[in-house]
Design a protein around this ligand. Sequence first.
Ligand code: GLU
Ligand code: MG
Length: 628
Amino acid sequence: MGLLSLGTPLHWNEAKHYADHVRSHGIDQFLSVYRKLRDRQKQCLLWGDEVEFIVVKMDQENKESKLSLRVFDILADLQRPEQEYNSGTSTEPPETLWRPEYGRFMLEAIPGQPYGATFRDLMKVEASMKRRRQLAQEAMLPGEIPVSLVNYPRLGCPHETSPDHEPTGQAVQSLFVPDEITNPHARFPTLTANIRRRRGAKVEINMPIFHDKNTPRPFIDPTIPWDRDVFPHDKEAKNGAAKPDHIYMDAMAFGMGCCCLQITFQACNIDEARHLYDHLAPVAPIMLALTAACPIFRGYLADVDCRWNVIAASVDDRTPEERGLKPLENDRFVINKSRYDSIDTYICDDAMYKSKYNDLDLVYDKDIYKKLRENDVDDLLARHISHLFIRDPLVIFKELLDQDDEKSMDHFENIQSTNWQTVRFKPPPPDSDIGWRVEFRSMEVQLTDFENAAFSVFIVLVTRVILSFGLNLYIPITKVDENMATAHKRGAAVNDKFYFRKNVFPNLDGTTTESDDEYELMTMNEIINGQENGFPGFIPLIHNYLDSTNIDIETRCKLSSYLSLISKRASGELMTGATYLRHLVMNHPDYKHDSVVSPSITYDLINTVDKIARGELKAPELLGDFSA
Ligand code: GLU
Ligand code: MG
C-alpha cells in the first residue's frame, strides 16, 4: 500500500494549503534522485511478488463466517522475525515481510528476499506462497483463516465483522461499513476522510447487478437504509448516488479492501524500466480479465467479474469541477480519471515509440513540466511526472512537512504512491542499493498458491520475452483504456475481444513502418495461445524462449504446468476464478436466483475456497488436473 509515515495527519481544510509545498518539494526530491541515480546500472533481474489476503473467522458449529478485524494482533506475531532481525536480536533474515493494508481484515505478504534471474528462482515462488499461507494460519486463533479471495462477498452487509460494529463512523460516514473496518494507523482514516472532504461528497460506487430470473427489474436495493439521518451525507443515496439496477457502495473500504497480486521488477537501468513500463501497460487489462476473480459485492452477484473499477471509484477524490460537472472556477484541471486507473501516457522514448500511441489529451501541470525540462528530464518522462503531480497530496503529516530534499523522497512518494495505476514506474529510494523498478498492478489475487505462482511466473516470463525478442506491444493508449472497460465484463476472458498489436516484431533497429503498427480485436485465446497467421501468442513465445535456454527438466516441467494453466484459462477449457465463484453461488441450494449471496452461501463459499487452497478439495473446473 506504500508509504506509512508517523505523526499528526492534517484535516483536508489545513492540508490543502500545503499541497503546493508537497508538490514542489516532491519534484525537488525526484530531481535529486534523478540527477544522482539516472545512470545506475544493475547486473541482473530482481523481482518480487505481493499477495494480499483477507482474514475470515469461521464458526463451524453455527455455520457462519465473519470478517475478522483482528489483523493487528496477528501482524504483531507475523512481523516479529523481521523486527528481531532489524533490531539485531536475531541474525536470521525473515522469510516473509508482512505488511498491513487498507482494511483491518487484510494482510499483505512479500517474500523476505527478492527472487533472482535464474529459472531456479522461479521454482521458489510457489513454495514461498504456500509458506506465507502457512505462517499466516499459524499466527491466527482457531477458526480464523487467511483467504486469498479478492473481497469478502458480504462486506458492507449488517453484522458481518468480528467484532460487530454499527456503521456510524465519523471518518467513513458510510451507510454500510463502520470506521473500525479501516486500518487504525492515522494515515488510513485520514485518507478516507480527506478523499470525502476533497470530493465534497462520499465516494460513489455503482456496479451493475447481475439480473437473474428472480431479480426485480428495476432492481432498487431494499437493503440500503435510504432514510437514515445520521450524517449530512446520508441523503446522497436517495438523491441519486445509488443507481437503480446497480450495487451501490459508498466507502473506500469496498475498493481498497480488495486483494490483488502484484509483481515488481528491478530493471537493469532506467531505460529498461521505462521500456518495460510501456510494454506491460497493454498487457495489464489482458491480465485483469484473465485473473478476474471478483463477481460479488455487498452480498449481490454483479454483472462484472473484477475489482478494478470498484477501487477506482472508491478513491475518486475529484471535485465536481475536476469531473467536468461544473465549469472550472476553483480547481485547476478537468481530470478524466480517478487516481486509481489505467495509465494515461507511455514514457519510453526509444525507436519503437511513436507519438501517435499517446493519443490521450494528457492533463499535466505545466509549471512542473517546465521545471523538469529545465533540469534535463526528457519530454516523455517530464509529462509522466507532471501528470502524476496534478493530484493533491491527501495525507500530510504536520511533523514531516520539512524534509531534506537530498535525502528524503517522502513528498515525492506522497503523490506517487497515491497514483495507483496499472503499472508504476519507481525511482530508487535514496540511500539504498535498489535500482529502477516497475510494478505490474492489475492482477486479481487467485484462490490458490498454485495459480498465484503461475500468474507471477507468467508475467516474469512475459518480461523476458519482451526483452529477449524485442517485442513491440504498443497500441494507442485509448485502446488500452477500452480494453480495461472490456476486462470488467462478465466472462470477458472467453466472450470478449481485446485490442492487440498484429505485428510485434520490429526491424532490427527497433523501427516499424506504418502498416506494422496495425492492431485488431483478438480473443484472449489468440493473445495467449496465438493466431494461426498472426500474433504467435505469449505462451508459444515463452516456450520458444525457454527452448533457447539451458534449463533442467524438472524446472521446465513445473514451468510448463504454470503455462498450461494459463493457456487453458485463455482457451476457456478452465474457468476464471470469477466464473468459478459465480457457479458456486448459482448452484448453491440456498440460492434463490435473485442475485442475493446470503450468509449461508457465503459461509459455504469460503469453506470451499479454503479447502481448495489447502488441497483438500479438487476443483477440476478451475484447476484441471493441477493441484493447489
Ligand atoms: N489492494 C489494491 C488492489 O487490489 C492495491 C493496494 C496496493 O497498492 O498494495 O489493487
Ligand atoms: Mg498491497
